[in-house]
Design a protein around this ligand. Structure first.
Ligand SMILES: [Zn+2]
Ligand SMILES: [Zn+2]
Length: 287
């Protein structure tokens, strides 16, 4: 059950524009989980205590932090150990990193995956939008990770940008249909969401859904099965309305995205928080 508290003060929301102040006066609902953030990135260096304090003021009880290279993954595990009740780690090679990834590093990442503090593998996948890494190399690194993940019973986090058909084909080929898979920061089309839903996979929404130009995405977020959605910030990026443009984005801001999504779906906020909390705990197998 969600615990509800009246928000008397809230430093995160109070410093912003008028819209933010309206949110500030609304009831804060405890139990939110930011399913995807990068707390190891330089923006948060030596600030984790403050970031978590602001999470608490916004109703955000936990954060999944994502390590995207081998060094970053190790740092994510260190954070998860230090703040074991508030932060969990997920680790994997981001497609942007693919050019620099060696087979030895993939084996080292696999070893890390057996650490109980690592609750999921990823983010992994293909990014054909930025093309920061060679596409064939991206596919090699993704495929290697899928192969290693297949025999282990933990969920995987997918990063797919303008690459959805290749990503789905590789997931299906490796036997991931109806397994625990989430497409994080989903920005695809209706038919993409349909293909993801048909295979029993999940979608996690960022602050992008709060942007006025996201009407197509809002329709998808409104209609996607309630038991298959999660919310995330992808901090330090993508601050949602009404704190859009704030840098860095922080996990506390997931409250704005969740509130927006609850209104969009016509569900009471506390009910929505409770539902996405259970979805997230089930998906990641959190204690
Ligand atoms: Zn991503
Ligand atoms: Zn990410």
């Amino acid at each position: 059950m969600s615990i509800q508290v009246e928000a008397k003060t809230n430093s995160v929301f109070a410093n912003d524009c008028k819209g933010a102040f309206r949110y500030h006066r609304l009831r804060i609902v405890m139990g939110l989980i930011d399913s995807h953030a990068h707390l190891t990135y330089p923006e948060f260096k030596d600030r984790i205590g403050d970031v978590l304090a602001r999470c608490e003021q916004s109703g955000v009880e936990r954060v999944i932090t994502i390590g995207t290279s081998l060094d970053d993954a190790r740092n994510a595990v260190v954070l998860a150990r230090e703040y074991s009740k508030r932060i969990h780690a997920a680790t994997g090679f981001h497609p942007h990193e693919a050019d620099a990834v060696t087979d030895e590093q993939i084996i080292a990442m696999e070893k890390l995956w057996d650490d109980p503090l690592v609750v999921a593998f990823g983010e992994m996948g293909l990014d054909y939008h930025y093309n920061f890494a060679d596409r064939a190399k991206q596919r090699h690194v993704f495929k290697s990770q899928l192969g290693a993940a297949h025999g282990r019973d933990k969920p995987i986090i997918i990063h797919a940008r303008e690459s959805i058909d290749d990503v789905i084909a590789m997931l299906v080929d490796t036997g991931f249909e109806n397994r625990r898979v989430v497409f994080h920061c989903f920005t695809g089309a209706d038919e993409d969401a349909q293909k993801i839903a048909e295979r029993g996979w999940r979608i996690s929404f960022t602050g992008i859904i709060t942007f006025p130009k996201s009407s197509d995405l809002q329709r998808i977020a409104r209609d996607y099965p309630i038991d298959k959605i999660m919310v995330e910030t992808d901090s330090p990026y993508l601050s949602p309305v009404p704190v859009r443009g704030t840098k860095p984005c922080e996990p506390a801001f997931v409250a704005h995205t969740a509130r927006f999504l609850a209104e969009l779906r016509g569900v009471a906020f506390d009910e929505f928080v409770d539902r996405t909390r259970r979805n997230t705990i089930d998906f990641f197998g959190l204690p």
